[in-house]
Design a protein around this ligand. Sequence first.
Ligand code: BGC
Length: 810
Amino acid sequence: MKFGHFDDQNREYVITTPKTPYPWINYLGSESFFGLVSHQAGGYCFFRDAKLRRLTRYRYNNVPTDSGGRYFYISEGKDYWSPSYMPVKRELESFECRHGLGYSKITGKRGGLKAELLFFVPLGHTAEVHQVTLTNESSAKKSFKLFSFAEWCLWNAQDDSANFQRNFSTGEVEIDGSTLYHKTEYRERRDHYALYHVNAPIAGFDTDRETFFGLYNGFGEPDVVAAGESKNSVASGWSPIASHCLVVELAPGETKTFVFTLGYVEVPRDQKWEKPGVINKQPAKKLIEAFSTPAQVTAALAKLREHWNGLLGLYALSSKDEKLNRMVNIWNPYQCMVTFNMSRSASYFESGIGRGMGFRDSNQDLLGFVHLVPERARERIIDIASTQFADGSAYHQYQPLTKRGNNDIGSGFNDDPLWLILGVAGYIKETGDWGILDEQVPFDNDENNKATLLEHCKRSFDHVLNNLGPHGLPLIGRADWNDCLNLNCFSETPDESYQTTGNRVGRTAESVFIAGMFVHIGPEYAALCQKKGQADEAKRALGEVKKMEETVLRDGWDGEWFLRAYDFFGKKVGSRECPPGDAQILIEPQGFCVMGGIGVETGQAKQALDAVKERLDTRYGIVLNNPPYAEYHVELGEISSYPPGYKENAGIFCHNNPWIMIAETVIGRGDRAFEYYKKIAPAYLEEISEIHRTEPYVYSQMIAGKDAVNHGEAKNSWLTGTAAWNFVAASQYLLGVRPEFEGLSVKPCIGTEIPEFTVTRKCRGATYNIKVKNVRGNGDVKLTVDGKAISGNLVPYAAAGAVVNVECEA
Ligand code: BGC
């Protein structure tokens, strides 16, 4: 069942009912000011850091779900309603929400009055613009009141949700005409405040929540709206809000537009006050002036569209499969950008107060957005590498505001270091910026202890070699990619973290997955060294890779597939020998070992992928393991804590499915790779939205596996490495256009279901028009570049500004 449709022309998803199977959200902002907005106008906004600079309040896990947001209420006679349906839930004559790239437009109609709410964050500004357009579509004159509503968060979202003995006494506001200021804590250490403004005279306002709603009322029944009159309340302590009241009259057919600005400003410490107790409003006024007319809003929205046109033009696919087109051209890159901006901080599943930026996560995300914003990718790499320790290990997470490693979680996730090499290599392939390797980058942010970025990569590489276990396989540490495979944890006490509790500091538990990564990523490190004139080091690296490959085939091969690990006691994890209540095969090493080329020549790669098909594939995607762990295993950790079919215990983890897609292309099975792609790509799941439940335009982290009660139900949409990896799989391996160090590789491997397609790829300033005829679909290609046949699959990089025409028979 569908709850809307794609509008590819406008790059929007159009939701046509408020009653979607779950709140379907969008993101506003791509610089420093961000907002989350659901199709019912739920959500919140923040400046840079969702934990430390939260502007508006949102209560997670609430009843009903998704209550709280930027709400508009229309009060007409005895009737009052919201154009976004929530929170009043009065039936509407029509409803539509268009989620576009960086903006959302919600339109509701009742009693012949149409109200369109447009939300976006204009480029270059630290504010959300809410434009409300009201049209009288009835035949009678209308006079009504429009109320706005936003609830301030007292900046630190964690403190805001817990420290009531203090917070109920700190709230402070100022009112200046049509601008309502939130200045809690400004009197002491904060040099910033927030404001909510409307570009018209107001009939009244409220800033005290209790006065606005009435103590025992919810969002859907504010006293003020029901009475049709603001009470001009001035908050003092308790919970400050911002609500304007506008009196509106509309002749039949008439339209009026109001522009609201919800913004954040910082003031230099020595200029904080206009006079004692009165905040300096100069910076706020500048912001307000930028959006005082609808024409300014239209111009800012056009600029935002332009911005996205530019970004999405960098990789453009034209094929007969409109679902594939919309994933590759619009929604997957869009999700990659959002993931870049948010990491794993703020979504409807991530509370914005939990994690910082992941070392592993950020490096992987980079693979999906590096072609969109290479200069920001460069900055991100330096930030990430600056948190690395001198021995090559890494803080698992760092805080975006301070860019410092997060001590609570610390280090010891032994796959982390290798991801840095992958990120750096991906960046150089895209840009040709070899100079980044010479950048002096600190270890653990210590300016007195710096080395080149290439040296950081060496430390990453060597960290694996310095931490090998009894079989010569890499030690897993706290966990590897699978944060929930905690082989040294042995947690028996509720409430302790599986991942950071390590009461066995043995050097025995080994990961075949990290070995596969090492074999896949090691040659990239060797290529970096080679280019930098370190031929001996490159040779050494390739020698170690070769050795690891042999080790995997000797001690990491289970007979029909790759083993997952050896546990603390040296017992096999993910083996045919495991009992039926335990996982016998896990997905991760099958993907990464084959991506690294292990067993491709000798047949194990094909065998492993056949085993994936047989044991892990389902109608909704590939599960992480099979069978699921039936019981909790203290020696395995969190993986066995989940009920069968959920999360890392045999859920369909959409993050690692693309590894299998890529692995299938490594052995030339394009048809199977595409089959897997379609199973989890959201555009292909639109028709089963009632089962899938999360947004049909973005990936979710997890879909419940075949052993779960609700097989096919997705959770944790938006902020997941799934976005980057699926984009990499689709654009670089299935469609096969991939930047390499010395040229653009063109090697489609997508089967024959799509007989032909065209990709326009901009890379290093040149444009490549690539026309593909798919006759084999197995990665075996014949290329013609500007009319001349070439051997191999590498199109040499052209000068910036050049246009290169490539014909490909695949
Ligand atoms: C984390 C990833 C991890 C994955 C699998 C996600 O929640 O962000 O870093 O690889 O779970 O455990």
